[in-house]
Design a binder for this molecule. Structure first.
Ligand code: C2O
Length: 558
């Protein structure tokens, strides 16, 4: 049993490039919050004590939560929030998965500062060395990528969306909570930059997590290359690259050999395909430093400034696609194989569109607002009771409906930007689920629409990993004879978050073998907030062990 207490409270931290401090919400007084280390098969017990003025929930991003749907965490999907002054204990096992995951607040934009790593190592005695299916690293280092606002993100979010606007851009990107030294404010005296000390000829396992709210990143370390060995806590065939591409919600485990000439090297991140690429303070690059210790003193010239890597352009879709499509699963005897028979097929458009009528308006005007939709349905969270409680008590009326469509209402050229009406929201924001029989195999084609802005949408599924069978650009053409042949049914990577390509599509498949309410949504919070999500309701199985369990006794009430 791995036990933690998370005390959620306010914390004062220095602004970036501006004088003074800002008040944010944090766990145990730190941003990022505490790292949880566990071994496969462990049970985690995390007591969350909410001493902040806001509602909070914590989501264990990527954890399967088999038999523990009440511990998943998304506010109003699996639980009511933990109110100010209240507490809730999350209990769940981390079984059948190894690698890097993370935890984050799942209520409002609070996750900008309420997040941390969740590392699952192989069981003790799981094999030679540490039980990794790759060369045991000399050391491991967590690299948490984030976004920083000089403000309270809960307040900023509410101000922005209550006036029908969208959240302003982050003020800086961060590596392990620090912006680095490229945010151009020479008067800034308290430069905070993360430092990674390495020794020559040692190998490091970098556990890279993109905890940013709204931005996908390119990640590089000058003078060094990586061997990717896992993504989203699923082992991959070793993949050599000098750049890592990572969308919000995703993780990448990469080995990095300290084999450069001793000295200092920049680690740097820059935005990929963001609608808002540049934070206001001089560019879009956050830095950290990789510094060679010991040998360095003898051979390096201390006056030499660190070497900077060449980062791809913000719209370098080629590099992103190359990275994403080069990852395949490491085939091991214990690994799940792709289910070949599909029970439920869905074709789901994901993207932004226009709403011609505000949900609060009784009379529609011609004012267009941007909404985000899946199959033209814009999702809204219920407000009185969580969806999982409604499922458990069989009282969905007034909470959700079971009519999430399997197809978009219109089929046409999704990459054509001149047809706005056809992909607008077909109604007011609503809470629709797709109900799945226990153990159903689901195949989803996710089609990105290029209606408003060209962005990649990182679609995250709660409760399950899915196999990524194919991805490409343009319209997915199911009628194409090559369709099935395009699918990798042999060694597709498993993920919990797929970056649906800009102006493209992805095909995923998963087995719904865990009863409960499992959200699927864009991990860009600005898009989730305007409706880019839906929920799968997985029915109970035939036996007592496969039935939806009752809520724990301390379950929060709305
Ligand atoms: Cu990491 Cu529903 O999110």
């Amino acid at each position: 049993i791995v036990e933690h207490t998370f005390s959620v409270s306010t914390l004062s931290l220095p602004r970036v490039c501006q004088p003074g401090n800002v008040t944010v919400t944090a766990v145990n007084g730190r941003v990022p919050g505490p790292e949880i280390e566990a071994r496969e098969g462990d049970t985690l017990v995390v007591h969350v004590i909410n001493d902040s003025p806001y509602n909070v929930t914590v989501h264990w991003h990527g954890v399967f939560q088999r038999g523990t749907p009440w511990a998943d965490g998304p506010a109003m999907v699996t639980q009511c929030p933990i109110r100010a002054g209240h507490r809730y204990t999350y209990r769940f096992a981390v079984a059948g998965q190894e690698g890097t995951l993370w935890w984050h607040a799942h209520s409002s934009f609070m996750r900008s500062t309420v997040h941390g790593a969740l590392v699952i190592r192989p069981r003790r005695g799981a094999g030679a060395g540490d039980g990794y299916p790759f060369r045991t690293p000399d050391e491991e280092k967590t690299v948490l990528l984030g976004e920083w606002w000089n403000g309270d993100t809960v307040v900023l979010e509410n101000q922005a969306f209550s006036t029908g606007k969208t959240m302003r851009n982050a003020d800086a990107y961060t590596i392990n909570g620090m912006p680095g030294d490229l945010y151009g404010c020479p008067e800034m005296t308290n430069i905070r930059i993360a430092k990674f000390e390495v020794s020559r000829d040692k190998t490091y396992l970098l556990r890279i997590i993109n905890a940013a709210l709204n931005t996908a990143f390119f990640f590089k370390v000058a003078g060094h290359t990586f061997t990717v060995v896992a993504a989203d806590a699923s082992y991959t065939e070793p993949y050599e690259t000098d750049v890592v591409v990572i969308a919000p919600g995703q993780t990448v485990d990469a080995l990095m050999a300290a084999d450069a000439s001793p000295g200092c090297y920049y680690m740097a991140i820059s935005s990929y395909q963001s609608a808002n690429p540049s934070p206001p303070f001089n560019g879009n690059t956050s830095t950290a430093v990789v510094e060679y210790i010991d040998a360095a003193a003898a051979t390096s010239d201390p006056s030499r400034s660190p070497v900077f890597p060449t980062l791809p352009e913000p719209n370098d879709t080629f590099t992103a696609h190359q990275f994403y499509t080069s990852l395949t699963a490491l085939v091991r005897p214990s690994r799940l194989t792709v289910p070949l028979a599909v029970d439920t097929r869905m074709f789901v458009t994901v993207g932004l569109g226009f709403s011609f009528c505000q949900p609060t308006q009784t009379q529609c005007t011609s004012n267009q607002t941007v909404v985000a939709t899946m199959n033209n349905v814009s999702f809204t969270f219920p407000t009185t009771v969580s969806m999982l409680e409604a499922q458990y008590r069989n009282t969905p009326d007034g909470v959700y409906t079971r009519d999430f469509p399997d197809q978009p209402p219109v089929v046409f050229d999704y990459t054509n930007t001149s047809l706005p009406q056809a992909l607008s929201s077909t109604g007011s924001p609503s809470t629709k689920v797709k109900t799945l029989r226990y153990n159903a195999t689901v195949e989803m084609v996710l089609q990105n629409t290029a209606l408003v802005g060209r962005e990649s949408h990182p679609m995250h599924l709660h409760g399950f990993n899915f196999f990524v069978l194919a991805q490409g650009f343009g319209n997915y053409d199911d009628g194409d004879a090559a369709g099935e042949e395009k699918l990798n049914l042999v060694n597709p990577q498993e993920r919990n978050t797929i970056a649906v390509p800009t102006g493209g599509w992805a095909v995923i498949r998963f087995v719904a073998d865990n009863p409960g309410m499992w959200a699927m949504h864009c991990h860009i919070d600005a898009h989730l907030r305007i409706g880019l999500g839906m929920v799968f309701e997985v029915e109970s199985g035939p036996t007592p062990e496969t039935a939806l369990p009752p809520p724990p006794p301390d379950f929060p009430q709305c």
